[in-house]
Design a protein around this ligand. Structure first.
Ligand code: NDP
Ligand code: MG
Length: 371
């Protein structure tokens, strides 16, 4: 077959990147990895590049963030997998769409910070944004099969993280090593902390609103500790449709890379040859305030979602450095959101500026908490 899809894998040394490369390894007749990036891990990146015979690689920690953008723009490819962690993923997403490539998007920060700009850009260039975040991948395919006009509500599932059953008192003493023990998913450090605080679900509520163009009232969250149902949609006639598979990010990455086709699966499937329990419960909003704060930000236009994301990134770094308590993460985000973030950002530059201002305000709030 000479119609192999040419793919660029950003964040190739991370959790998402490793899963994307595993797929490329299993379907050499379908996918060709033409370029890869990492931040500092040069040895691993070189090994990946050698294994896949990719023509280019970029190391942003050594050569600057623009090295990734330049590689994307100069490389001929069909689709870019964005598995970069954090706000640094935004600029490469823009570079991918601007240079006419589809975007398989794990980097949710891209949508949280710049949802409307990114969607307009994709439309203008006639390119697709294919969500990799497991919940949004599920919703994307459920909307495709049910028809957007028939979908009344999106219900995102949340594992609940390692602190699902912790009391409020115990949460005050939670340490980074407790938060890093995720019960079902094996992911990078930042998103693992976010799963423990429900900030990850908060970011995903914003992501769903911006990606599927629905108001926050039509996005619900349900805690489902087994992480088997990746999300639901409720159709106007009141029926729930679920997408179900074992928790393995290679499923949504494979869907994004092979869209609009579906390819024969090599991954573990959910078999009903033993007892399978699925449990659902409402989130504990008052003990995990970052979820409610995200709903508030999602409902406001302007730069509130940028501030939410930036403040949370700063606060998580401080928590990992043991400069901030676990409840301090939510307090920092709440303090930062208290500023005036009105006014829709008109450009990438304005988004970057709002992100920097929010980081400053969050750092000041952390200092305040510690005094
Ligand atoms: P990891 O921390 O495992 O990997 C991050 C990758 O990005 C690494 O390759 C790292 O390179 C690179 N990187 C780190 N900092 C920068 C930077 N400043 N500029 C460019 N590249 C950088 O993260 P995950 O794979 O867990 O997450 C990646 C994204 O996917 C996040 O946005 C996350 O929210 C999202 N996501 C992840 C899921 C998961 O299961 N892991 C599930 C759903 C979404 P190096 O190794 O050199 O540091
Ligand atoms: Mg997710």
């Amino acid at each position: 077959m000479n119609s192999r899809k040419k793919i660029i894998v950003l964040g190739a040394t991370g959790s998402i990147g490793t899963s994307a490369l595993d797929i490329a390894r299993h379907y050499p007749e379908r996918f060709e990895v033409v370029a890869v990036s990492a931040h500092r891990n040069e040895a691993q990146l070189r090994a990946i590049s050698d294994e896949f015979g990719s023509r280019r690689f970029a190391l942003s920690g050594r050569d600057g963030a623009q090295a990734i953008d330049a590689m994307i723009r100069e490389c001929e490819a069909d689709i870019v997998v964005n598995g970069i962690a954090g706000a640094s993923g935004l600029s490469p997403s823009i570079a991918a769409l601007e240079s006419g490539k589809d975007l398989a998007l794990a980097n949710k920060e891209t949508i949280v910070m710049a949802g409307s700009l990114i969607r307009k850009l994709a439309e203008k260039r006639g390119r697709k944004i294919l969500p990799v975040d497991s919940e949004h991948s599920a919703v994307f395919s459920l909307i495709e099969s049910q028809g957007k006009e028939n979908v009344a509500e999106i219900v995102l599932t949340a594992s609940g993280g390692p602190f699902r059953t912790w009391s409020n008192e115990r949460l005050r003493e939670a340490k980074p090593e407790d938060a890093l023990k995720h019960p079902t998913w094996n992911m990078g450090a930042k998103i693992t902390i976010d799963s423990a605080s429900l900030a990850n679900k908060g970011l995903e509520v914003i992501e769903a609103c911006r990606l599927f163009d629905v108001p926050p009232e039509r996005v619900k969250v349900v805690v489902h500790p087994q992480s088997l149902v990746h999300s639901f949609v409720r159709t106007v006639d009141g029926v729930l449709y679920a997408q179900i598979s074992p928790p393995d990010m290679r499923h949504p990455i494979l869907s994004a890379l092979s869209w609009p086709e579906r390819v024969p699966n090599y991954l573990e499937e959910l078999a009903f040859d033993r007892i399978c329990t699925m449990h659902f419960e409402p989130p504990r909003y008052s003990d995990f305030p970052l979820l409610g704060l995200a709903y508030r930000a999602a409902g406001l236009s302007g730069k509130y979602t940028i501030a939410y994301n930036a403040a949370n990134e700063v606060a998580v770094a401080a928590f990992l450095d043991r400069r901030l308590s676990f409840p301090g993460i939510a307090a920092t985000v709440a303090d930062t959101l208290d500023g005036d973030w009105s006014g829709e950002p008109q450009s990438h530059e304005e988004i970057i500026l709002a992100d920097a201002m929010a980081r400053e305000k969050a750092e000041a709030a952390i200092k305040g908490h510690n005094e």
